[in-house]
Design a protein around this ligand. Structure first.
Ligand code: DAH
Length: 629
């Protein structure tokens, strides 16, 4: 009935003889149409993979159960046919192709088969070690009652004792069994004895016990001979040309309980539990999978998985059931599992911490990063405050102004050569009959006559005009746009002393106590007399020299590198020219005045502590420079 089934069942027991439970998918369910009185069916199952051993090679079939979503199948016999494994047994409920099912192996029965089969090989080897050229052709490892190995060589019953000793010697060596999948050609190449013909179209399993010659074998075996139950070479009988060596295997557990009775096939005593690395790995994966789906609160998870009686510790106990040579790897598997569980739980804890952050409402707030005014604006503010304190009023006048206010009213009629000093930008605009061309203010002096007019030509005037100015010039000490501040004082009886006192006051306020001012004769069209204004250097205090100790510790005087002369020139000043007062409608016979004016940027860079040698930096937009002020 089974020849038509061509499915290749994946044989899990070949890889791991200690696998006791796994899942598989049903490929086919074959019912035999007979429904028993209790509603169960006798049926056959084909699965995509199996851990049930199909009878063969002298080893009996496994038994166990297959559990599906809607039914259970009791496996009573397993056979191998045309590539697929047929599980025969009794079906209760309903199972159908495609169902995912759980396979449970009757482990006690299987473990006993593993004992019988492995010990059969050991007896076989013991005979070969004892009897020269002994050749075996068959073995019965539990199918029927008596365990035996058949030899084509004559083995005398007298050798029983010797063989027994050899069996014990092999077991005592605690050798391990290993398997590998190879082709028939490879087996022949390696000189493996083939007791019967083998297929050459698929990989075959080669079993090796210790260092003894390997042999083809598809059965299930103990990993180590230290797992072996007590074995007895019980009898040697002749069967025609052949000799049969019989052996018995006792389950020590059941022997204790049944007081020395031999173990029979039907013996159901519990075999000691052994766990393979594969099984350990699988269980470890299962625990991880379980945790990843577990919705319990984190505190519960910790107890459940990592607690004293948690899932991890439960599995960790199994390490004593792992063979000594596998213990190291088993330890690694357990370590990895523990780390994975801890990390998973920690991640959950962390994620919960971030979803419900704890906020300390009493903690001081984070101050926003404050910006500040541009250094030139700061300087203008400071200049304003200094002059305000002595009664000056800050005023603002246009930075795009008539030629009249910028030049003509300041005693510089059109075409006057003095105008060349101011490299002027002209605006393309109609020329006004009275005020002339439109220009960008070249200095803040344009504010002088405007202020006189604003006050209806009625002194006293104390103005400070700070504004942007423009000239066609650009180098380290000049920018095309810059700032100036202009002072103008007009009243009765104003003299040069007032001017000098005002300059000294500003010098000390702006540059610090001890700073002096100096006026030197000069020429401007709008003042008479005119001066250039200097302030004493704060490095050398007006001396032009600094004292420095040389290599011998002696004091040497050297030229001040900052000012080179003891003084810094900052701008111009003078007594207001009578023509300017007239232009502002003020009678120069009645009133006199002084004026001064110079650049904000230059004035500022001379401040103590600043060392700015290129005023273009102020307008570079370079934050690393500007943030310093
Ligand atoms: N306006 C002149 C300049 O830009 C500076 C100046 C000199 C202003 C003398 C004055 C002054 O008020 O009296 O160079």
């Amino acid at each position: 009935m089974t020849e038509k089934h061509t499915t290749q069942t994946n044989l899990l027991y070949l890889e791991d003889a200690y696998l006791q439970q796994t899942t598989a998918n049903i490929v086919e369910v074959i019912l035999d149409n007979k429904v028993r009185p209790d509603g169960s069916h006798s049926a056959s199952l084909i699965l995509d993979q199996t851990l049930f051993y199909p009878q063969g090679g002298g080893q009996p079939a496994d038994q166990g159960t297959v559990e599906g979503p809607n039914g259970t199948f009791e496996v009573t016999h397993v056979s191998y046919n045309g590539g697929s494994v047929l599980h025969k047994g009794t079906l209760r409920g309903n199972l159908k192709a495609g169902d995912t099912v759980t396979l449970n192996l009757d482990w006690n029965r299987r473990y006993q088969h593993m004992q019988w089969h492995t010990l059969g090989h050991i007896v076989d080897q013991a005979v070969k070690n004892t009897v020269k050229d002994a050749t075996s052709i068959d073995g019965n490892h539990g199918i029927g009652k008596k365990l035996s190995i058949t030899f084509t060589t004559k083995i005398s019953a007298d050798q029983k004792q010797q063989i027994q000793q050899e069996v014990e010697k092999i077991i005592a060596q605690n050798v391990s069994t290993t398997t590998e999948m190879v082709t028939k050609d490879e087996m022949i190449k390696r000189g493996v004895k083939l007791p019967f013909d083998l297929p050459s179209n698929k990989p075959l399993r080669l079993l090796q016990i210790g260092k003894f010659p390997p042999m083809p074998d598809g059965g299930t075996h103990l990993r180590q001979t230290n797992e072996a139950w007590p074995v007895q070479v019980s009898d040697i009988q002749q069967d025609g040309e052949n000799s049969l060596v019989y052996y018995t295997v006792e389950n020590p557990e059941s022997t204790k309980k049944s007081k020395g009775n031999k173990v029979s096939v039907a013996d159901g005593q519990k075999a000691p539990l052994f766990i393979s690395l594969t099984a350990l790995r699988r269980q470890s994966t299962d625990i991880r999978a379980e945790l990843s789906l577990d919705q319990s609160p984190v505190e519960e998870l910790t107890t459940k998985y990592l607690g004293k009686k948690g899932k991890f510790n439960e599995l960790a106990k199994e390490i004593r059931n792992v063979s000594p040579e596998d213990r190291k790897e088993a330890g690694q598997i357990l370590n990895e599992l523990k780390t994975a569980l801890e990390q998973h739980i920690q991640k959950l804890k962390d994620s919960q911490n971030t979803t419900v952050p704890w906020t300390d409402l009493t903690a001081p707030g984070q101050p926003p990063k404050l910006g500040h005014m541009h250094p030139v604006s700061q300087a203008m503010e400071e200049v304003t405050r200094i002059f305000e304190r002595i009664g000056f009023t800050r005023v603002r006048y246009p930075e795009v102004d008539w030629d009249h206010y910028v030049f003509e009213a300041l005693n510089m009629p059109p075409d006057h050569p003095a105008r060349d000093e101011w490299e002027t930008f002209f605006i393309e605009a109609p020329i006004d009959q009275k005020f002339g061309k439109v220009v960008l203010t070249t200095h803040t002096s344009n504010g002088q006559v405007r202020e006189m007019e604003r006050l209806n030509s009625t002194p006293p005037i104390r103005m400070i005009n700070i504004a942007r100015c423009y000239r066609r010039q650009q180098d380290a000490t000049h920018t095309q746009m810059f700032h100036q501040f202009e002072g103008l004082v007009v009243d009765k009886g104003i003299t040069i002393q007032h001017l000098k006192g005002t300059l000294d006051y500003f010098a000390q306020e702006f540059y610090g106590p001890g700073t002096k001012s100096r006026i030197r004769p000069f020429h401007f069209q709008f003042t008479e007399p005119s001066f250039e204004v200097d302030f004493s250097c704060h490095i050398c205090h007006g001396t032009g020299e600094v004292e420095q100790k040389d290599g011998k510790g002696e004091v040497q005087k050297t030229k001040c590198k900052f000012c080179k002369s003891g003084w810094h020139e900052v701008g111009g000043a003078g007594m207001v020219h009578p023509n300017v007062l007239k232009a502002g409608g003020i009678d120069p016979e009645e009133y006199t005045g002084f004026a001064f004016g110079w650049g904000v940027e230059r004035t500022y860079t001379l401040k103590p502590g600043l060392n700015i040698d290129d005023i273009r930096l102020f307008y570079s937009g370079e934050m690393r420079f500007l943030e310093q002020f």
